[in-house]
Design a protein around this ligand. Structure first.
Ligand code: 1GP
Length: 247
């Protein structure tokens, strides 16, 4: 069943073509957070994702989610690295399986541990097939023990994405890794988005408006930026949002 946050994402994609999701890593943002999320809302970001591959403190996560909710009215979506990434204060959670992980922990075990917590906290689960692509080693590929899918392996990525859709996952997420040197190649985005009927989220290494525009034109339904927000602030995201509008 589609919940209100998922509906807001789908409506946003229908209306705008490609939406922007801002990723806040609780370990990297501190006192500037209220101003940042207020600006993001003004600029037209659709939702805030909260999480990070190395998150260890659920108390820190709770504080971050509460601060975001006190400062803006955007939907908050958890982007968990495991059961520690679940907070009762968020609206929803990307309930993901890291499809190309070689570890059953990231494929299903963490989800089994987290499922009853999601239910108890009354979080809206949004099923996502998550895959890490690209050549470079990043925190997520190392932590998640991802099997290599180079950007040249477009057919392999497409097969994973189709499998995710056929398993009932309602979004596919192509991840190059936070801070990646190279974002997902538009060629891969274009082929995958052509073949699947569910929205395609793309993230990792997106820093400039022109990169965002190329991904949107290639068929991304949502782009995620985290590092650029940390390093350059919401002003840069405003430019990225303008580029998405152009695309
Ligand atoms: C990481 O896709 C996100 O999970 C965002 O990546 O930090 O490189 O923007 P960046």
């Amino acid at each position: 069943m589609t919940g209100p946050v998922e509906s807001a994402l789908i409506d946003g994609i229908r209306e705008k073509g490609c939406i922007h999701l801002a990723l806040i890593d609780p370990e990297k943002f501190a006192n500037t957070l209220p101003g940042i999320v207020t600006d993001l809302e003004d600029h037209g970001t659709t939702a805030i994702m909260i999480g990070g591959s190395t998150l260890r403190s659920s108390a820190q996560l709770d504080r971050t989610v509460k601060t975001i909710r006190d400062s803006c009215s955007l939907p908050t979506i958890l982007f968990p690295n495991g059961p520690v990434g679940i907070s009762r204060f968020a609206h929803a959670i990307f309930f993901m399986s890291l499809l190309n992980s070689s570890s059953t922990r990231y494929l299903i075990e963490s989800q089994v541990i987290g499922a009853s917590v999601v239910r108890r906290f009354n979080l809206e689960p949004i099923p996502v097939g998550y895959m890490v692509v690209g050549q470079s080693e990043t925190a997520v590929s190392a932590v998640g023990r991802a099997k290599h899918i180079p950007f040249s392996e477009v057919d392999l990525a497409t097969d994973y994405a189709l499998a995710a859709q056929y398993l009932g996952m309602r979004f596919v997420y192509l991840e190059a890794g936070s801070g990646a040197e190279h974002m997902v190649e538009p060629r891969m985005v274009s082929r995958v988005s052509e073949r699947i009927n569910v929205p395609l989220i793309v993230g990792g290494g997106i820093r400039t408006p022109s990169q965002a525009e190329r991904l949107a034109k290639a068929g991304a339904s949502a782009i995620v930026t985290g590092t650029v927000l940390e390093q350059e602030g919401p002003g840069r995201v405003k430019q990225i949002l303008a580029a998405l509008k152009r695309a």
